[in-house]
Design a protein around this ligand. Structure first.
Ligand SMILES: [Zn+2]
Length: 448
């Protein structure tokens, strides 16, 4: 009997590549192994295609060995092929206008050297305006872009499968995706107020925000509830009703100094307790002291957290490039000075005014850090019909939903697989792309 045939030549293929096994005779059964061991009647029986993926490979590799067994028990020789799952990072870089070409110089953060000589590798320009390069076999890299003429970017790092770099910032999705979308209600501006620690002053702040129709996100430490100066567990549900309750760890440690297990406990336990006492599914996080690293982010993702806020300040109104390194616009003391700039933003791009702070600070009674200051700020920002007043989780979910939208090749049909209704501009009008619905029109990014 002939050995079965494997339809692909040995080699490296993208994840999800189907591999099929065929035989020349009918009525034969095929048995196979993926780990290089000899196949026998006790091995897995082949019943369709085998997909090259994480569950069929070990360290990205698969040694497929198969035999055919006839009805009479006659066995074929073994067919064998080695496959490797192509992993790597797809880099896209939007070259500044003054650069005639772009090069990438990268150094790996993993063994198996992949270093390059300065100025590095030329990126290939794509028709979509992005320069591209695939770093095969890498899961993370440090890199710098340059024009081979002495101009270069900041040092950047990447640890996701796809990365877009625009104006020195890394995005997990193509940022031009946002160009036609609007926030709920068809507006281009959103406001998020994100306050930490659950001090007793939150009672006064929530009352103030409610009067001005502003909704906040409150990051609480479940281990501190009921301690002196902090609100108690039994008032969480009623006090923050209509606002978002979010995690801030149990005990407020520097998460980047803890073990994986400790991080998981600090975040997971906080999430469980806060979900129970607030009656809502808590999915947000603010890093205590803003401290985080790659391990912290990984554990947060595994814990079902959807976003995490840092304590930095961008002083602009961009959307989160990376939801786990979500840097706010400014501290509440700086918000008054930026409000007019925010109002004056053109409405052709989405703008998010993301303010963070602590209600206890307002007791300071300073010109930009007092209850009167917050009252005046809320009066200016609240109750406006050109601003979507959202919680952080609502913005995170909305941005994620935009990223999930699928477009036809001609960009004339969109499908929204998410459970959230989306708003967008189509020609001169504003339309809605309902949850799990589609829309027809012309949506090209370059369209006016
Ligand atoms: Zn804090």
């Amino acid at each position: 009997m002939e050995a079965p045939r494997i339809d692909k030549n040995p080699g490296t293929y993208p994840s999800g590549t189907p591999i099929t096994i065929t035989t020349s005779e009918p009525d034969v059964a095929v048995y196979y192994t993926l780990d290089g061991s000899p196949p026998s009647l006790g091995s897995k029986r082949y019943r369709g295609l085998i997909l090259l993926g994480p569950d069929t490979t070990r360290n990205g590799k698969m040694r497929l060995r198969a035999i055919a067994v006839g009805p009479d028990g006659c066995r074929s020789p073994i067919a064998e092929a080695d496959f490797e799952r192509a992993t790597g990072i797809s880099i896209r870089f939007r070259r500044p206008d003054s650069w005639s070409s772009s090069y990438i110089h990268y150094w790996e953060t993993e063994p198996d050297g992949l270093s390059t000589q300065w100025p590095g590798q030329a990126m290939s320009p794509g028709p979509d305006g992005w320069d591209n390069l695939k770093l095969l076999g890498q899961t993370s890299a440090n890199l710098v872009f340059n024009d081979a003429g002495g101009t270069q970017s900041e040092d950047l790092s990447v640890n996701t499968r796809d990365a877009w770099f625009l104006d020195g910032e890394r995005w997990e999705v193509d940022p031009t995706r946002f160009s036609n979308f609007l926030f709920p209600g068809g507006v281009s501006k959103a406001l998020v107020l994100s306050m930490d620690d659950g001090p007793v002053q939150d009672r006064r702040l929530v009352e103030l925000l409610n009067r001005h129709g502003i909704r906040g996100t409150f990051h609480l430490n479940s281990g501190r509830l009921g301690e002196p100066g902090h609100i108690s567990a039994d008032e969480v549900a009623s006090l923050y009703s209509g606002h978002e309750v979010s995690t801030h760890s149990v005990t407020h440690p520097y998460l980047d100094s803890l073990s994986r297990e400790e991080i998981a406990t600090e975040v997971g336990f906080d999430r469980t307790v806060l979900s129970q006492i607030s009656g809502a599914d808590v999915r947000g996080h603010a890093y205590p002291f803003g401290a985080h690293n790659a391990t912290v982010i990984e554990v947060l993702r595994e814990s079902g957290i959807a976003y995490a806020r840092t304590a930095g300040q961008t002083r602009d109104f961009r959307l989160p490039a990376d939801p786990f390194a979500w840097t706010p616009t400014c501290h509440h003391t700086g918000a008054g000075g930026l409000a007019d700039t925010f109002f004056a933003r053109p409405d052709n791009t989405l703008a998010l005014f993301f303010i963070f702070g602590h209600s206890w600070e307002l007791d300071a009674g300073e010109p930009t850090n007092s209850w009167a200051y917050m009252e005046a700020l809320a009066q200016r920002l609240g109750g406006r019909d050109d601003i979507w007043n959202a919680t952080a989780i609502e913005v995170a979910d909305y941005v994620r939903a935009i990223c999930s939208v699928q477009s036809s090749l001609a960009e004339d049909r969109l499908y929204n697989p998410s459970g959230i209704d989306l708003w967008l501009r189509c020609k001169q009008s504003v339309i809605q792309l309902s949850a799990r619905g589609s829309a027809e029109g012309y949506f090209s990014h370059s369209a006016p």
